[in-house]
Design a protein around this ligand. Sequence first.
Ligand SMILES: [Zn+2]
Length: 474
Amino acid sequence: MLLRSSAFIGLTCLLFIVGAPATRGAPPSATGPVSPIPTPPPPPTPEQLRVLAARMQTEVETLRGASFKHPVDVGLFTESEVRDFLRQDLDGSASAAARRAHATCAHQLIGLIPPGCDVQAAFEQMMMRFVPGGIYDHRSGALRIVHKPDLNVDSLSLRCVLVHELVHALDDQYFDFRKFLEDDAVTSDMEHVWGAVFEGSAVVVQEAYTAQRRRSGDFPAQVFEQLNAEGAEQMRTLAESPAHVAVWVARFPCGIRFLLHQQPGAFLRLVTGLGGPPSIGPAVEAAAGNLPRSFEQVLHPEKYWAAATRDEPVRIDDAAVEALLARAHLRVVFRDTLGELLCCLLTTPADRKFNPLELSMPTTWTNPAAAGWGGDRLFLVTAADAPEVAQPEPAAFGCVWFTMWDTPADCAEFIAAYRAHRPEAAADVMSLGERGAVFLHRLSGPRLEALRTSLPTEPPTCTHAGRPWSFRSP
Ligand SMILES: [Zn+2]
């Protein structure tokens, strides 16, 4: 789903997501006396928040390994202001709204989104059920803490929220979130990539900070138990959401594992605090400066970090496809790449619900049917002479989805699994060579016949790491 152009992607909420809840926090003390949790003091004043944020800024600089270029505007949001923030369109342009509508149509046609589902409403519902602790708005550079009844200036959870959102502010100062978030050509696959790099950065620093506090003894054990309980509740809420909405969460565990890949033992150091926090700066700078080319590289970090096993996605020549479609009197209105992550969703039951504990495991986000992904490209098409419509509906479009696979077996496995789990969407498939499959959604008559004739004889050209790639098995 194309979340970037809606309000969702700019939302950077706090998720206590590293590890299963049982692994987090100090265990209940079996021997020592249990110290009572103090009665919460009143909510922080703006001045208290400013002073605390300045302190947290220093902590973030140390753990993230970079200095703020300028101070961050920190303030409070009411829950209704959060709702308004979630609803507003981040880039607000007509082209963004059209892109979002077209993405929804395309994703419904291929069976990713159930018919009639309002993706934005479903996402908002998911987010508002646990109300994020904080928000960083890349347009204004402002960080807003969400004013909840139990918010107080001495709480650990406020510090954790500040740390997480301050990392977003810091990363934005170096890597200009607007450049990515306002690029019309960004695909669903790359949205998840971008999210994994920057949420990974924030969660690693947040977890390192939490682990330091746990070891310092600054807070009683019950405070960490409370954090665990909040984390478990967030996981449960997310797991109750439809899979195509809950998939947004993949960026957190996958981003953490991706960024720590080159430091053996770093994950354990992160969650235990033993041996000091991992050094996250170099990985964030490398990945943010040269984003992984696909979520496949995030799911399988060796495909990004190691030159010997680096695996670039297969790229199809858009212009060649569009010329071929034009000859079938079809016009392209939207392009996307789904990637391994969404191929995994398409090859699991449409009514899938996640186990809350599985959400934090990177292995949840791929499966054997999707793991042989080599590349894909989806074209939402309409009749060449069809007028532009203000409110696109799936019925007005067809979809041509090219998928490229590492091996013939991977290709066959995906076709079989897609057909098993989305029989209607996957009904019309054509093989291209031995490791390509093109799915034709809601196309019929002479246009479909034209494609059936031309696709096998003149398949579009593809490249892999800059070299020609053939649908035929080498
Ligand atoms: Zn975040």
